[in-house]
Design a protein around this ligand. Structure first.
Ligand SMILES: [Zn+2]
Length: 446
């Protein structure tokens, strides 16, 4: 008995730590993209030919790639080949269900919705996502082992929050907490509630045990959280440091949910490497982020028809305050040269999730299409690489280069002049490749 349980656990751990190439049953046949113009980070190149072998780009050449018996050939006909998109702030479990559903429906339903949403995410051209809170470990295993389609996931596991903090989703009747009795969101791995450096360490290590590639702390108020107002500072510097130390010992880093200058400063003092949101930052904080090399994972939250709906007036007021800061945040990031990542943070709205790529179009207020494309590919890949020894998919991402992992999109048209092409993936993304495998090919068979 003990032996069979041991074998079972070993199998689960193998799946947990498997890279896709190990997990996929057989490596895909070589693929040749003939006559494509490659997005090189700033512009489209002259026509090129690209050979993909296994899960990597093997050759990029202006010369034709010789015919072989086994290779699948894709006639690019001068179309654009670009890296797969990356969303640096995504919630695989919270994007599609409504908030009421997420907190009341059976977990089996929420999990199946997350699986369906993962496939939809990949078919929108997002080949990688950084999951910033939610029980995504099993979904990641299912995707990596080919059970369901979906993007590569960099999981944080539960978001770690103090009592009353942004990740505290308990009902009022559950307070005061009875020691050792976990609330529903804690039991399912949506959030973890901590109130001392020791508790932070324990919950951090629990996420790392399950395969977290980075740790997410919430260090200030938020929009969708009912208790801690936006201005509150959450977790002490000592508590943040406890997570940073535990993550660093495991070879990775801490990313934080924060809006205000006070929360951002505390996080940086505690050793966090990425600020998520930060819409209420001021000049001094933006400069501090630049000086310390801290990443700014910003979302284009705006008061337009794509804004996440808030169920009550207090939530609407919080959302309005944050959205009013978005324009200033992007301007400050550019002024001080802060490293900026692109993320959407779409929550509890399947219709909005379906419009994930339209968020790129919103960024044209501040950036050129080429700058936006680079941010959502090469720059976001550099952010993902912060996971260092805990990076679940070692290798180069976000670029079309020999030796890089083959996550590729064949776009009908030139997204460096019209980024809205990416908003209609079903029409304009003719081929989607992830890890060297063709996920979608809408070109007529030749
Ligand atoms: Zn989020």
């Amino acid at each position: 008995m003990a032996r069979s349980i041991g074998a079972l656990l070993a199998a689960v751990l193998m799946a947990l730590h498997a890279t896709p190439s190990q997990a996929q049953p057989s490596s895909p046949a070589p693929v040749v993209f003939d006559n494509v113009r490659i997005f090189d980070g700033t512009k489209l190149t002259a026509p090129m030919n690209v050979l993909v072998e296994g899960n990597k780009i093997a050759t990029i050449s202006a010369e034709p790639i010789p015919a072989t018996d086994t290779a699948t050939r894709i006639a690019g006909e001068g179309r654009t080949l670009m890296p797969g998109l990356i969303d640096a702030h995504w919630h695989t479990f919270m994007a599609r269900p409504s908030m009421a559903m997420a907190s009341t429906a059976p977990m089996t339903l929420i999990t199946l919705m997350a699986g369906a949403e993962a496939e939809a995410t990949l078919l929108r051209g997002f080949t990688s996502v950084r999951d910033l809170g939610g029980p995504s470990f099993g979904l990641k295993m299912a995707i990596d082992s080919g059970i369901v389609e979906g993007p590569r996931i960099w999981p944080s596991g539960a978001m770690i929050s103090q009592t009353g903090g942004h990740g505290d989703f308990r009902m009022l009747h559950e307070v005061p907490a009875t020691s050792n009795i976990l609330s529903y969101p804690e039991r399912i791995g949506m959030s973890a509630i901590v109130d001392s450096p020791d508790e932070v360490r324990k919950r951090t290590r629990e996420q790392l045990l399950q395969g977290a590639s980075q740790i997410k702390l919430t260090v200030g108020g938020g929009v969708s959280s009912p208790y801690g107002p936006l201005d509150t500072v959450q977790l002490s510097v000592a508590e943040i440091r406890a997570a940073v130390e535990a993550a660093a010992n495991w070879g990775t880093y801490v990313t934080v949910h924060a809006y205000t200058p006070e929360a951002i400063r505390n996080a940086i003092e505690g050793g966090a490497k990425v600020i998520d949101h930060g819409q209420l930052a001021d000049e001094a904080t933006a400069k501090l982020m630049a000086d310390t090399g801290t990443w700014w994972s910003l979302q284009p939250f705006l008061a337009d028809e794509m804004a996440n709906a808030q169920p009550d007036p207090a939530g609407q007021a919080r959302a309005a305050e944050v959205r009013a800061g978005t324009d200033n945040a992007y301007r400050l990031a550019r002024k001080f040269g802060v490293k900026v990542a692109f993320g959407t943070d779409i929550l509890f709205d399947g219709a909005l999730a379906a419009r994930q790529a339209e968020q790129l179009q919103r960024m044209t207020r501040w950036y050129t299409p080429a700058e936006i494309l680079k941010m959502a590919t090469a720059d976001n890949a550099a952010l993902l690489a912060l996971s260092d020894r805990r990076n679940p998919y070692p290798g180069k991402l976000g670029v079309v280069e020999a030796g890089a992992l083959a996550d590729l999109l064949l776009v009908d048209g030139d997204p460096t002049t019209d980024i809205s092409l990416l908003s209609d993936a079903s029409k304009n993304l003719l081929v989607i490749m992830k890890d060297g495998r063709i996920v979608k090919n809408a070109l007529p068979a030749s």
